[in-house]
Design a protein around this ligand. Structure first.
Ligand SMILES: C[S@@+](CC[C@H](N)C(=O)[O-])C[C@H]1O[C@@H](n2cnc3c(N)ncnc32)[C@H](O)[C@@H]1O
Length: 285
């Protein structure tokens, strides 16, 4: 008979070679919340209770998947982003804390005068668009992705969070055929693919093996392809006084800033994330 306490010990033993003890503890708590539908703080009260057999089976299934290197968010099918619990699957990137900082920046900038319209390019799980709609309910929000499967997830997330967003399956590299010339946005935001093949070598196997490569990678010879394209798109589709927000490759901060100045953007601000890495840019014409 397993108790929650003996189960946590099993998690620590089985995962000790993959994750440090503190991370295993967090993984167990996430599994606990998803499997029992209870808050993790309640674990302390029940830790000596016997785990019901159907729950025990779920805990063991999660453990086997973790041991095989699957990210916990894909195993549980959900991820937390800006206080929202969102569905994720193999077609969507797992939202990152850096991206929450980008959302926080936009919400701070527009706390006094809400924008009328926002476009999120490469929406994935819809995390940016959904969090922005929650924070700026009066804005009309559109979100696009080249992946129909990702848009399917994003739409479900918007429905679950009770927000209305216009979703488009479309390729931003073909934007001239996607948007009418008179369509303008107060904010264009994007966290596009930005990892180069060279950087792949430094990445954790968890990411490389499980997260969608269309969400992550660009060609070595064109690392700024999406930024370049979206900057051109912005010149045609930003409303007067509109603003572009990017999450960026931390190693290409200055290059991205230079590219934006060259294209005619006049106010360009590079912003670092909580780890001090160049991670975000805000630009206007
Ligand atoms: C880095 S992920 C960001 C996902 C989500 N916005 C987030 O922050 O977690 C980039 C997204 O861009 C999408 N994407 C890749 N190429 C694209 C293209 N040519 N046009 C539109 N979206 C594209 C991918 O499918 C992926 O969902």
């Amino acid at each position: 008979m397993e108790t929650y306490k003996t189960l946590t010990e099993t998690y620590q033993t089985v995962l000790s070679e993959l994750y440090p003890p503190e991370e295993v503890k967090q993984l167990f708590l996430l599994a606990y919340e998803a499997i029992t539908q209870k808050k993790s703080v309640e674990l302390a009260l029940v830790k000596l209770d016997t785990v019901p057999s159907e729950q025990e089976e779920c805990f063991r299934h999660v453990l086997a998947q973790l041991r095989a290197g699957h990210p916990i968010q894909y195993i549980l099918g959900e991820a937390e982003f800006y206080g929202l619990r969102l569905i994720v699957n193999k077609h969507t990137l797992i939202p990152r804390p850096e991206t929450e900082e980008l959302v926080a920046w936009i919400l701070r900038d527009y706390s006094d005068a809400p924008p009328r319209s926002i476009l999120d390019i490469g929406t994935g799980s819809g995390c940016i668009a959904t969090a922005l709609k929650k924070g700026l309910p009066s804005a009309d929000i559109s979100a696009m992705d080249i992946s129909a499967e990702a848009i399917h997830v994003a739409q479900k997330n918007a429905n679950n969070m009770d927000v209305s967003i216009r979703f488009l399956v479309a390729d931003i590299l073909e934007w001239e055929y996607v948007f009418a010339s008179n369509e303008h946005f107060d904010i264009i935001v994007s966290n596009p693919p930005y990892i180069t093949p060279k950087e792949q070598e430094m990445m954790h196997q968890n990411v490389l093996l499980h997260e969608p490569h269309t969400a992550l990678f660009v060609e070595e010879h064109a690392p700024l392809l999406f930024y370049d394209t979206i900057a051109d798109f912005g010149k045609k589709h930003l409303a007067p006084h509109g603003t572009l927000y990017f999450e960026i490759n931390q190693y290409l901060g200055q290059e991205t800033v230079d590219m934006l100045f060259k294209k005619g953007y006049r106010t360009v601000k590079l912003q670092s994330d909580m780890h001090g890495a160049d991670r975000m840019i805000r630009a206007s014409l």
